[in-house]
Design a protein around this ligand. Structure first.
Ligand SMILES: [Zn+2]
Length: 519
């Protein structure tokens, strides 16, 4: 090896020293060395190989980085940096906010916001179309009221979309209701330019990095009414390849469209490909009726749809994932897996690591069938924290017993269903420690996971559910995805203690590059 070679080798290396490393192979380590995107060495820093760069961990704990296994990135960013009108005291203040928000947009940017409520204003002056158009700097603009059934359109929106005038609920003043309101919102949603969408998504990704997340699974929902839905998806996947960002693994939620998904840059086929709906809307598909309405919910995919999607996924070599919340929907997915197993064999099915997203209502038999097919469960413990328990929304929909049996995390893990945690952000916030806490403090004590198992599901489990086996544990010769936490103890905090604070993130490393460092 020439001197030049070894100098180049050294300069690609970074020594992260002066902390502790949560490593199964090197429990006493104080340092780790990364070489490009890999962990090359872990140990006592006095033995460390030469490196071109050194980063002081200042006593913090380096641990495997989080993976959020179910995210809607653009919606996540919009919740963070979008224009929010709820609680504002007058039309004048609403217009001030619109003015400063619009100033941050390019000329072709769209102003689309929600939440104004004139009943809470201390000044009776109404929000007018003219004033909105001016505040938005002449951009296309629509502000919907808090109720979600009416809104105010800027003059340019009315002028450029004369078809709105033919709809029920249209008013030339620009105050729209009913069909005209819905059409105005849908029109503007689809008109948000790609650059604006990706800037919004970038805000979500930057926030994820600050929470110790090194990778997310983007669960795209195709929308025929939106001409940019495919370009947006490909753009999100590309954002995740930029060295300063967490990785983005895209799932394209269209039935039997694996070839297209692959061409768009997808990692997986399906994802939020809905076998059913949600418990809140009583559209999760159940085998026994809801407690508060005589319905089984909605079945969006039959077993033969699922089998057809699986065949398509196998043909083009991607894993498949299905959104299935109710036991009826989960049974339909498993029935589809049975059919495909009969055609291509169990090994091929298991090898593909198909996923069920949400997997909230399932009994021992369904769990056993998931084990049989090697299906990974991509679950959201924060759903249980928000809606579970004896008196929550799930109890209203399902009755107390079924609500307490929902999200049986320990039962799944106990028999070998691999778990991956996610937030479904913006449905619940990006908050990986919050998800871990929700899992160790499940409403139902028998469903609680131990701390180490919950942390593994929020880290390693996310990689496994992506088919990636060389990440998620800090050991040499694996991908360098780690987070350094303000933790002075010897290991992870015990979040089953309600008073234990969630650790603060100092820095996040994704595929060897620093994606977040605390100022
Ligand atoms: Zn989702």
């Amino acid at each position: 090896m020439s001197l030049l070679d070894s100098t180049e080798r050294t300069s690609a290396r970074t020594l992260w020293r002066g902390g502790r490393v949560l490593s199964p192979t090197h429990p006493a380590a104080t340092a780790l060395l990364t070489d490009g995107d890999r962990i090359a060495w872990i140990g006592d820093e006095t033995d460390a190989p030469a490196a071109g760069r050194t980063v002081d961990l200042e006593g913090g704990l380096a641990a495997p980085a989080f993976v959020d296994s179910h995210v809607h990135l653009t919606g996540t960013g919009a919740a963070l940096i979008g224009l929010h009108l709820a609680g504002l005291p007058s039309a004048a203040v609403v217009l001030e906010r619109v003015d400063s928000f619009a100033a941050s947009l390019p000329a072709d940017g769209i102003v689309l916001a929600h939440g104004w409520d004139e009943t809470a204003w201390d000044d009776p002056a109404p929000l007018t179309s003219e004033a909105l158009g001016k505040a938005a700097g002449g951009r296309l603009a629509y502000l919907s009221r808090t109720c979600g059934h009416t809104g105010v359109a800027a003059p340019r929106l009315l002028a450029e979309h004369p078809e709105l005038a033919a709809l029920d609920g249209y008013d030339p003043s620009g105050l729209l209701t009913r069909a005209a309101h819905r059409a105005a919102r849908a029109t503007l949603n689809a008109a948000v330019p790609l650059s604006q969408r990706l800037a919004i998504a970038q805000a979500g990704l930057t926030h994820a990095a600050s929470l110790g997340i090194a990778a997310i699974a983007e669960m795209a929902i195709p929308n025929d009414a939106d001409p940019l839905t495919e370009a947006e998806f490909s753009g999100l996947v590309k954002l995740g390849r930029e060295p300063g960002n967490p990785a983005v693994y895209g799932w394209w939620g269209e039935l039997r469209a694996t070839e297209k998904a692959r061409d768009l840059g997808a990692h997986g086929s399906g994802g939020d490909l809905s076998a059913d709906g949600s418990l809140g809307a009583r559209t999760a598909f159940l085998r026994t009726p809801y407690a508060d309405e005589d319905t089984l919910g909605a079945q969006y995919l039959t077993a033969s749809d699922v089998a057809a999607h699986l065949r398509d996924a196998h043909r083009f070599g991607l894993s498949a994932a299905f959104h299935a919340i109710g036991d009826g929907a989960i049974a339909a997915v498993l029935d589809g897996l049975d059919r495909v197993e009969a055609e291509i064999g169990l090994d091929a099915v298991r090898h593909a690591r198909h996923r069920i997203e949400h997997a909230e209502l399932l009994d021992a038999q369904l769990i056993a069938r998931m084990v049989h097919h090697g299906v990974h469960a991509s679950v959201q413990p924060a759903f249980d924290a928000a809606w579970g328990g004896p008196d929550g929304m799930y109890a209203a929909r399902l009755g107390r017993d079924r609500a307490l049996a929902a999200n049986p995390l320990s039962r799944l893990a106990g028999v070998g269903v691999p778990l991956a945690f996610g937030s479904d952000s913006p449905v619940t916030a990006l908050d990986p420690w919050g998800g871990v806490r929700a899992a160790v403090r499940h409403w139902n004590p028998v469903s609680r996971l131990p701390m180490a198992a919950a942390f593994a599901a929020a880290t390693r489990g996310g990689w496994r559910a992506l088919g990636i086996d060389d990440s998620g544990s800090l050991v040499p010769n694996t991908r360098a995805n780690f987070t350094v936490w303000d933790l002075t103890g010897t290991g992870l905090p015990d979040l089953s203690d309600p008073d234990a604070p969630e650790p603060e993130c100092r820095l996040t490393v994704a595929e060897g590059s620093l994606v977040y460092t605390r100022a």
